[in-house]
Design a protein around this ligand. Structure first.
Ligand SMILES: Cc1cc2nc3c(=O)[nH]c(=O)nc-3n(C[C@H](O)[C@H](O)[C@H](O)COP(=O)(O)OP(=O)(O)OC[C@H]3O[C@@H](n4cnc5c(N)ncnc54)[C@H](O)[C@@H]3O)c2cc1C
Ligand code: SF4
Length: 503
């Protein structure tokens, strides 16, 4: 059953074998495994339960319902936007469904550096096979690639750069292009569609609009969690809910999980909340004579990997894919106002946009803010900024190679480049906070797993100092993974769910 916590105005205590905090990629998967193993599972989720019929395809309605801070979460100094989802299904409700495995050289490195001897390439491969089957992952057929993605393919082909088609977890997709606002056609094989029904069928209970404040623990053992229910209209605190459970699995994402642990005074080895990776990204647009109509069709079906060599420690670290925003998002991204802004927006149907996302070395930090908030500190270090600037120049080259008549770099002030202009200045630009929009959709690694003293969780997501406490979300990824993380986080949900079920 799914209960709406907004209806709870007085205080309530529930008892369970396991309380899972957060119903996203990791949490829904761990809950499914534990419930099917016979545990009595209660899942607490801060967001609401939305069905395909609720996905109105309107930005102003869906952003507040699907994203934390209505999509406007930023780092403390507002230098980086951090987009994260909420609701039953978490960030998988609105993500773009593209699926990639972690490159094996990175896994091999973690085995050595973080002592993850029982979580090597063979174990990851087995989990990936299982998750890909569960999510019905398949390559998007070439005849389903939209013009936007084909322009990237053409740019790569003309420059002789490496690139290729992507695999996704969707079935029955009609190519509406509204993925980031949730799918009205139930075509996403995500946590809501795949894991949640199985967890519910096995007896799990989910309480929505219920935000966990802290983990309860005593004498080195977890005893449950303390949460509040949230008002449907204002999002403010209504009632208090305590879940008493000998096992708690945090899966509130790579920002919220360390914030809850730090707020709870749970002992840790020093790394907690201090090693956040964001995969920072920037966007560059090309203006084409032809109408691109980039909003139509399946987003992100083609990638350029010319500047991504994760097998080498010192290799380039930039991944390039098409990234298009709906009108409100685009208007917010285009700097300036008045005529200059209007002139760019009038070209909306002719724009193609590419994003350069960096496998980052920067380590940011998360800390709790009051009972319900959190603060993220992160600004890409000099090497990541240099990588982002080279990435912008590479996007511009791709767009010109594909036929753009001008390239728009959304810096403040706006840079407009013409074919033949030198890109050296852009490639070497040492930008500062506020010079352009840097954004993130992949927070990870803020409580990285490891069999080392400093680590908070071990290789099965078990807390190393508090019995019964687990984590199963992006926070426990051992570092930046350089590729989109959903598949890996679902895989962690399976592994941690099994560790919980073993006791
Ligand atoms: C716009 C966008 C597009 C993306 N596209 C892709 C893609 O194509 N491919 C890919 O691999 N990845 C993609 N991602 C990233 C991917 O969706 C996430 O990395 C992944 O879902 C994270 O899983 P998680 O379990 O760590 O957290 P989430 O899935 O975010 O789940 C965490 C859940 O915990 C809840 N929660 C938080 N705090 C509390 C609390 N205190 N109490 C109770 N509940 C709480 C949240 O509301 C949320 O539902 C995208 C992300 C975004 C934002
Ligand atoms: S493009 Fe496909 S998966 Fe995305 S919202 Fe439309 S139908 Fe759903």
């Amino acid at each position: 059953m799914i209960f709406d916590g907004a209806g709870l105005t007085s205080n309530l205590t529930l008892h369970a074998d396991l309380c899972v905090v957060g119903a996203g990629a990791g949490g829904a998967t761990a809950a499914m495994i534990a419930a099917e193993a016979g545990l009595r599972v209660v899942v607490l989720e801060a967001g609401e339960h939305l069905t395909p019929g609720d996905m109105s395809q309107r930005e102003e309605e869906m952003f507040p319902r699907l994203y934390w801070d209505a999509g406007a979460r930023t780092t403390r100094d507002r230098g980086v936007k951090v987009h994260q989802g909420k609701g039953v299904g978490g960030s998988t409700l609105h993500n773009l469904n593209l699926v990639k495995r972690i490159p094996e050289p990175l896994i091999e490195r973690w085995v050595k550096e973080r002592g993850l001897r029982d979580f090597g390439v063979a174990e990851w491969r087995a989990l990936y096979d299982e998750v890909e089957a569960l999510l019905q992952v398949s390559a998007v057929p070439r005849d389903k690639w939209n013009r936007h993605n084909r322009l990237l393919e053409e740019g790569c082909a003309r420059l002789g750069w490496r690139g290729g088609g992507l695999s996704h977890n969707r079935t029955g997709c009609i190519g509406s292009g509204f993925c980031e606002l949730g799918c009205a056609f139930d075509a996403k094989n995500n946590a809501l569609k795949v894991m949640v029904p199985r967890a519910l069928a096995a007896g799990a209970e989910i309480v929505t609009r219920c935000q966990v404040i802290r983990v309860l623990h005593s004498g080195g053992k977890v005893t449950g969690v303390a949460a509040v229910t949230l008002d449907e209209q204002t999002g403010r605190h209504r009632g208090e809910l305590t879940v008493k459970a000998a096992r708690v699995c945090l899966a509130a994402s790579a920002t919220a999980t360390p914030a809850i642990l730090l707020r709870s005074g749970v002992p840790h080895g020093g790394e907690l909340g201090a090693r956040l990776h964001l995969h920072p990204a920037v966007v560059v647009a090309g203006d084409f004579d032809e109408p691109v109509r980039a909003w139509e069709g399946i987003p992100q079906t083609y990638e350029c990997t010319e500047h991504l060599q994760l097998e080498r420690d010192d290799g380039p670290r930039t991944w390039i894919v098409p990234a298009f925003a709906h009108p409100v998002g685009t208007a917010a991204l285009v700097p300036g106002h008045g005529r200059a802004h209007r002139d760019v927006m009038l070209r909306y149907p002719h724009l193609a946009a590419l994003t350069a996302m960096v496998h980052d070395r920067t380590r940011g930090a998360v800390e709790p803010r009051g009972d319900l908030g959190l603060t993220v500190d992160y600004w890409p270090d000099a090497s990541d900024r240099a990588e982002l600037s080279r990435g912008m120049a590479a996007c511009a080259r791709l767009l010109f190679a594909a036929g753009a008549r001008r390239v728009i770099v959304p810096t403040r002030p706006l840079r407009v480049l013409s074919p033949g202009d030198s890109l050296d200045g852009l490639a070497r630009w040492n930008f500062g906070r506020g010079d352009l929009d840097v954004s993130s959709v992949h927070p990870m690694g803020s409580a990285p797993m490891g069999e080392i003293e400093a680590a908070t969780f071990d290789s099965h997501g078990r807390h190393r100092r508090v019995a019964g406490l687990f984590a199963a979300d992006g926070s426990i990824l051992p570092g930046s993974i350089g590729v989109p993380p959903q598949l890996s986080i679902y895989a962690l949900g399976l592994r941690v769910g099994r560790a919980i079920a073993r006791g």
